[in-house]
Every structure is written in structure tokens, then in C-alpha cells.
Design a protein around this ligand. Structure first.
Ligand SMILES: Cc1ncc(COP(=O)(O)O)c(C=O)c1O
Length: 476
């Protein structure tokens, strides 16, 4: 893993011996003759024509992440959101259906409930810990099963082996957002995932400098096994004059070929070469960072357990967590630096907590070397309905922590300062019984279910966007 992180995709013995992959700052590429450019556009050869759809620096990143995830190929795109959007658009057509975990990054739930609804794709939301609920939610028109390997913000782990087996029985593709885990902690392809997406903005880049996204084909999906379910991949494409599934013959990914040719190009969701280089440099230290960050996060989560003013610590190490066996079985190196705590006293306590911290920074990002804190109910998950937030484990008193690389004792002292402020706000306010104090989804404290027990047909656009500020520009 650490050797691959440093070397995959780049051979420094090439032109000029540049040890670090150079930034190819060019819009287009010169060709020696008419035939060469013609062959590229006809998909008869590989190479670069125009940087909207490919660049040599981003190609190094694509090879590196494919190697790290054990996949057959990857596409780098402009953001994690673009990675999810493009992966799902390439797999879904009007009239098809997605089964998704109720525990997702808020932006992903918004995409499912708004833009995908525009595209006439329906979806069902299920409790990720209820394996039978996944089975019950699958329909004949289901094409995609979607979940996060470590969920944002409550760090819930999912039995991906079991859920993948169910999805594959029904011919659905398993798409896993593995942003929080990164390949340093978990490789979804080894547990049945067909497609892995990343917000490389987080741990892969690692330093809070860059927005980037990645889509990896793990190599297990082959649309030719059931061509009638995947006509856009298995029949001749009138626009590109190829059948994308034929690209599997040569060891390529027909799915990624289609996604790049159609959606990266049409949406223009290009990753700049400079950003690709930032992510490549970040990946070089991924293994070291994740090892230390995960260990410190677990130490901090354990130390907060039972602290006065905290109703619940949402980390796999918390007593009674139904995913403790998954942490032991599938995540021997830890579960990242992201987890949440539910404070007594609702939003007032959460606000006082965030405002009292000085080592943690109030910011809507995770996976930075700096420790970050935010209040998901009013930021990252603010556009969801109250029910969706509850199913996602986000209450009024929930605060998300992203542990960075600072000294752990400094972080612990800072959190004690925050907790003292939260207790004062709780005791001063009338809000002792605010929704944030309740267990998300109505589960008992430390009990098995993180969200809805049964699959629910997810609400449409109106309720997804019912939160305040829906018409203003997004900040997270
Ligand atoms: C789990 C997860 N997936 C996807 C995204 C979207 O990534 P980006 O902000 O790079 O578009 C985020 C952002 O916070 C995230 O946390």
C-alpha cells in the first residue's frame, strides 16, 4: 500500500527524469499528422487531444488510485460530487431505481432526491445495518445499490460483503463512496463493490488545498452478462460509433469509457492538472496520516464516552455499537478520523461547543491535517428533511469532528473546553429535550439500528429542499 502510494502510475526514468509527476498545463495536444487525431476521436487509439477529457497529470492520478483500489481503471473528475453524479448517470436511465443507505453525505442525498428525480430515476432509502431491508428494497428496475464504506458523519460501517451478494443476485451494481476510508483503511472491491467513488478533497489530497473526485472500476461488473439491463453499454452507440462493452475485451472498462466520453465531456467536470498533482502528493503520505489519525480518533472517542453533556458518541468503538464486529473484521487499521457526538442541549449547546474550540477549526470539510468541527444539521445536512436527517444520525445537538494531525493532548484539552461551554449552554437554555437529544431514527442508545428499520420510498424534491436557504448558493 505505501509503496503503491508513492510510485504507481509514474516512472521517473522518463523524459527529463522528473521525480515528481509534472503538471501538464496545456489545453490541447499537438499531433504529428491528421491520422493520429482522427484515430483518437474514433476511439481506435489512446492518447490526449483536449484536456477537458484527459490530461497526462490526471492520468497518473487515475493509474495510482486504480492500483490502490485494485481496480481495472479510474477517472479523475472535478469533485467528489462530480464522481458520484457521473458514476450514477452512467449506470442509470429514466425509469430505473437506486437503493441507497440512509447514512450518506448530505450532498449525495440531495442529488438522489432532486437531480436524479428530474432524470426520472427513483430511489429507496434503507437502514444500512438492516441487511434484510436492502433485500426488500430491491425491485426489478433497480440498477444501483449505493452506500458509504464509513458513513459521514456517524462513522457507521456496513456489511458490504452481505449487501453486495444481495445486489449481485438481483443484477444491480454496487457503488461505494469510500471517501472516509480511503484505500489505506479499506478496499471496497475486496468486499464486492463494483464501482468505488472518492471525494479526493478529503484524505487522498489530505491537506485541505484541493477539490477533486475519483471513480474506480474494480473489474467485477460486466454488462455483457445481462445485456438487456445495460443497453447503453452493450449496443452500438450512435454518437460515438462504438459499443462500449467491447472495451472490456482489451482489459479496459466499458463503463468508464462511456462515463468519460459522454458525461465528463458533456458536463465538463474536468479535474485541473494542478489539482491532480496536489492529490498525487497527498496520496504519498496517505498511509502514515490515516494510521495516526485513526488511532487518535479512537482514543478521543473513547475518552469522550460517558462525559457529562454528551448523549452519545457515534464511533464504532462506542459500547453497544452494532458494527463493532465489522470494525474488527474489516477495518483492522482503524475507521478514520471522522465521527460525531450528540450533545445534550440541542443546537445551542452545539453552537457553544464549536465556538469555544480553538485547536479545532469550524469548517465544513473533513480529512484535513487540521482538526475540524461542524454542525451538520445547519450545514452539510441542512437541506434534508427532519426525517432524513434523523435517519442519517444527525440531530440538533450532533457535532461532527474530523481529527487531524495535531498533538492528541491538545485536541483533548480543546474538547474539554468545548464541553464545558456546551454544558453551560444546555443548563441555561430551555432546550433540554430538543431533537438532538433523541436517538437518531428512534433507536435506543447504543442499539443496533442506525436509521429506518424498513426501506422507505425516499421523498422527492420538495421535501429534500425544504430546509432554510435552499434557494441560495451552496456552501458545502
Ligand atoms: C462522503 C462524501 N462523499 C462525497 C462528498 C462530496 O465531495 P466534494 O466536496 O469533493 O465534491 C463529500 C463531501 O463532504 C463527502 O463527505
Amino acid at each position: 500500500m505505501s509503496t503503491t502510494s508513492v510510485h504507481a502510475g509514474w516512472d521517473a526514468r522518463g523524459a527529463h527524469g522528473s521525480l515528481v509527476p509534472p503538471i501538464y498545463a496545456t489545453s490541447a495536444y499537438a499531433h504529428s499528422g491528421h491520422a493520429s487525431l482522427k484515430a483518437l476521436f474514433a476511439r481506435e487509439s489512446e492518447g490526449f487531444a483536449y484536456s477537458r477529457s484527459g490530461n497526462p497529470t490526471t492520468a497518473v492520478l487515475e493509474q495510482r488510485i486504480a492500483a490502490l483500489e485494485g481496480g481495472i481503471g479510474a477517472i479523475a473528475v472535478a469533485s467528489g460530487q462530480a464522481a458520484t453524479t457521473i458514476a450514477l448517470c452512467a449506470l442509470l436511465e429514466p425509469g430505473t431505481h437506486v437503493v441507497a443507505s440512509s447514512r450518506l453525505y448530505g450532498g449525495t442525498t440531495e442529488f438522489l432526491g432532486d437531480t436524479l428525480v428530474d432524470l426520472q430515476v427513483s430511489w429507496s432509502s434503507v437502514d444500512p445495518w438492516d441487511v434484510d431491508a436492502w433485500r426488500a428494497a430491491i425491485r426489478p428496475e433497480t440498477r444501483v445499490v449505493l452506500l458509504e464504506s464509513i458513513a459521514n458523519p456517524g462513522a457507521e460501517l456496513t456489511d458490504l460483503d452481505a449487501i453486495s451478494a444481495i445486489a449481485h443476485e438481483h443484477g444491480a451494481v454496487v457503488v461505494v463512496d469510500s471517501t472516509l476510508a480511503s484505500p489505506a483503511l479499506y478496499r471496497p472491491g475486496e468486499h464486492g463493490a463494483d464501482v468505488v467513488v472518492h471525494s479526493a478533497t478529503k484524505y487522498l489530497a489530505g491537506h485541505g488545498t484541493t477539490i477533486a473526485g475519483l471513480i474506480v472500476d474494480t473489474g467485477s461488473f460486466d454488462p455483457r452478462r445481462c445485456p438487456e439491463r445495460w443497453p447503453r453499454l452493450t449496443t452500438p452507440n450512435e454518437r460515438f460509433h462504438v459499443t462500449f462493452a467491447d472495451e472490456y475485451e482489451a482489459g479496459g472498462s466499458g463503463l468508464l469509457g462511456f462515463a468519460r466520453a459522454k458525461y465528463v465531456t458533456d458536463f465538463g467536470a474536468t479535474l485541473p492538472a494542478q489539482s491532480a498533482r496536489d492529490v498525487l502528493v497527498g496520496i504519498e503520505t496517505l498511509d502514515l496520516r490515516l494510521e495516526r489519525i485513526s488511532a487518535h480518533a479512537e482514543q478521543i472517542a473513547r475518552s469522550l464516552q460517558g462525559a457529562e453533556g454528551i448523549a452519545r458518541v457515534n464511533h464504532p468503538s462506542a459500547p453497544g455499537r452494532a458494527d463493532a464486529h465489522l470494525a474488527a473484521r474489516d477495518f483492522p487499521r482503524g475507521t478514520s478520523g471522522v465521527f460525531s457526538i450528540d450533545l445534550e442541549g440541542g443546537e445551542a449547546a452545539a453552537a457553544a461547543f464549536c465556538d469555544a474550540l480553538s485547536v479545532f477549526t469550524l469548517a465544513v470539510n473533513i480529512g484535513d491535517v487540521r482538526s475540524l468541527v461542524c454542525h451538520p444539521a445547519t450545514t452539510t445536512h441542512s437541506h434534508l428533511s427532519t426525517e432524513q436527517r434523523a435517519a442519517c444520525g444527525v440531530g440538533e445537538g450532533t457535532v461532527r469532528l474530523s481529527i487531524g494531525l495535531e498533538d492528541v493532548d491538545d485536541l483533548l484539552s480543546d474538547l474539554q473546553r468545548g464541553l464545558a461551554a456546551a454544558r453551560t449552554a444546555r443548563d441555561a437554555g430551555p432546550s433540554g429535550a430538543e431533537p438532538g437529544d433523541a436517538e437518531p431514527g428512534g433507536a435506543e442508545r447504543g442499539d443496533a439500528g442506525p436509521g429506518d428499520a424498513a426501506p422507505t420510498d425516499a421523498p422527492g424534491r420538495a421535501s429534500v429542499l425544504s430546509g432554510a436557504g435552499a434557494s441560495r448558493s451552496r456552501t458545502a
